[in-house]
Design a protein around this ligand. Structure first.
Ligand code: NI
Length: 174
């Protein structure tokens, strides 16, 4: 089921999400819904707070080119266990901040540990777009958006545009 994505600014996007202690079928269904929502958007990553659920769950699939098979990953309680000193810069966007992009510098490589939908502990080293995406999504679980890395003026400009967009959308619905 496709879930509505919350748009910035929204207090739910600024909250710290809760650790998962018990991997229930409801949470597995939530992960499936999030993947469906992400692919439909379309996007390469989505975090549970973006659909209003303040729990530590992210989904991603950064295999963007058509030649690559899809690689949907759902991560429960993801955490970064190592980061490279080397940095890389990507133009980031966010499904909660549509049509706004800005360069963010992050570690080029990260090792991430998480629990998979079967309850097994996993870990993997991610590079390139995957590294950026997984860091961006984990940030969401701590109430952090990519615009929080930008200079205040740029951040305010994007936020003003988003306030206007939300107002327009609310008017369309009315
Ligand atoms: Ni995002």
């Amino acid at each position: 089921m496709i879930r509505p994505i919350i748009l910035h600014p929204d207090p739910r996007l600024k909250k710290t999400s809760a650790e998962i202690n018990d991997l229930s079928d409801d949470l597995r269904t939530l992960a499936d819904d999030m993947l469906e929502t992400m692919y439909a958007a379309p996007g390469i990553g989505l975090a549970a707070p973006q659909i209003g659920v303040l729990t530590r769950l992210i989904v991603l699939d950064c295999e963007k080119s058509d030649e690559q098979a899809p690689r949907p990953i759902a991560m429960f309680n993801p955490r970064i266990i190592a980061s490279s000193d080397e940095k890389s810069a990507f133009d980031e966007g966010c499904l909660s901040i549509p049509d706004q992009y800005a360069e963010v510098i992050r570690p080029a490589e990260v090792e991430v540990a998480w629990i998979d939908p079967n309850g097994n502990e996993q870990s993997e080293v991610f590079t390139d777009l995957w590294a950026t995406c997984v860091q961006h999504e984990i940030d969401h679980l701590d109430g952090k958006l990519f615009i929080d890395y930008l200079k205040p003026l740029k951040r305010q400009m994007i936020t003003r545009k988003m306030v206007k967009l939300k107002r327009e959308r609310a008017r369309e619905k009315a």
